[in-house]
Design a protein around this ligand. Structure first.
Ligand code: 5AD
Ligand code: SF4
Length: 339
């Protein structure tokens, strides 16, 4: 029964829920193994790298789970200057990483022109694919930044359940977020989204809906990460996600979307010592390395005890390289520049 289900090409919601509900160790093992096989048909033994640059931790939103929320007045805030950002990207590309994610809270200090200047300057100086992860902005801004050279846009919907979405996000609406993602795709961005697995009140049915919505949106990147309680937030005392449910989510995502890029996230590495490798063995084909300069990195406290706070990203790269090679995979040198 399970074997024939795992070999299907299309999955109903009931089937997705069934797979997410697997509890027996050997059955979970079969699911992860199948997802790993599907991943290997797609990308062989190559693991791609996204270089993350968290350039501002200012945010006007108040998401109940996130340490960067505006009401967290205990968090020292920072903004990197355009020159700092451009220099940091140069360093990232010097290390052979050709895909960067410029990430921040929702911070309109970086207005249309300033972001366009940063994107354009980077494109003049570096052979790099740029993905923006800066929240909901104006449709005209998205257009301007595309023309300036941006390639991708990452904007997680966190949950596809509209009721939960409005509880977690207070000021924001799920429909707006989905319309923004669809618009970004129509004007030529590669789009990425994701959910947080293990949020308070979330059910397995909700996670199944999250995965099926990934499919509907035509994603380039599907990033599921585990919920980790963050101090100074309303959800500071909630339970963190269980490792198995996030691994099952990654695996089912791979079965449902065989071609999508799936990162094994820093949150997964924070949740479990071997989380990142386990993610790569459950269907993920991408790792994210944090290249935020160390003076800022510890202030990007989405949640506590973020992994990989090593001062030197070179150490992260070589540490990851060892881990990745230990499972018979290798870092691919020029990810996502082919578009
Ligand atoms: N646990 C896990 N992920 C979180 N994020 C924010 N808060 C948490 C948390 N407590 C993620 C969200 C968001 C990104 C900034 O960090 O997915 O998109
Ligand atoms: Fe801001 Fe994003 Fe955190 Fe929400 S999840 S508070 S939008 S940084």
């Amino acid at each position: 029964m399970l074997n024939s289900l795992l070999n299907k090409e299309f999955f109903t919601k009931e089937e997705v829920v069934y797979l997410l509900n697997l509890e027996a160790k050997d059955e979970i093992g079969l699911l992860l193994k199948k997802a790993d096989q599907v991943r290997s048909v797609r990308s062989g033994n190559e693991v791609s790298i996204y270089g993350m640059l968290d350039f501002s931790n200012n945010c006007v939103q108040n998401c109940l789970y996130c340490g960067l929320r505006e009401d967290n007045i205990t968090l020292p805030r920072y903004r990197m200057s355009p020159d700092e950002i451009i220099d940091a990207v140069k360093q990232i590309t010097n290390m052979g990483v050709n895909s960067v994610v410029l990430q921040s809270g929702e911070d309109t200090e970086y207005d249309t022109d300033l972001m366009a200047y940063i994107i354009y300057s980077i494109k003049q100086k570096c052979n790099v694919s740029i993905t923006l992860s800066i929240g909901e902005r104006g449709f005209d801004e998205y257009r301007t930044w595309k023309i300036a050279g941006a390639d991708g846009y990452l904007m997680k919907y966190e949950t596809s359940n509209p009721k939960l979405y409005s509880i977690y996000h207070i000021k924001q609406k799920l429909n707006d977020r989905l319309n923004h993602l669809r618009f970004l795709k129509t004007i030529g961005y590669k789009i990425g989204t994701g959910n947080i697995v293990g949020l308070p009140m979330q059910t397995v049915e909700d996670i199944a809906d999250d995965i099926l919505l990934y499919k509907e949106l035509g994603l380039d990147v599907a990033a599921s990460g585990p919920f980790i309680p963050s101090s100074h937030t309303p959800y500071r005392s909630k339970l963190q996600a269980d490792l198995n449910i996030i691994l099952k989510t990654i695996a089912v995502t791979r079965l449902v979307l065989s071609e999508v890029n799936i990162p094994s996230t820093t949150a997964l590495a924070t949740l479990n010592e071997e989380g990142r490798i386990k993610g790569l063995q459950a269907g993920a084909n991408v790792v994210m390395i944090d290249f935020t300069p160390s003076i800022y990195r510890e202030k990007y406290q989405v949640y506590a005890n973020r992994k990989c706070l090593d001062e030197n990203p070179l150490n992260c790269r070589s540490c990851l390289q060892v881990q990745i090679e230990s499972i018979g995979r290798k870092i691919s040198t020029f990810p996502f520049i082919e578009s």
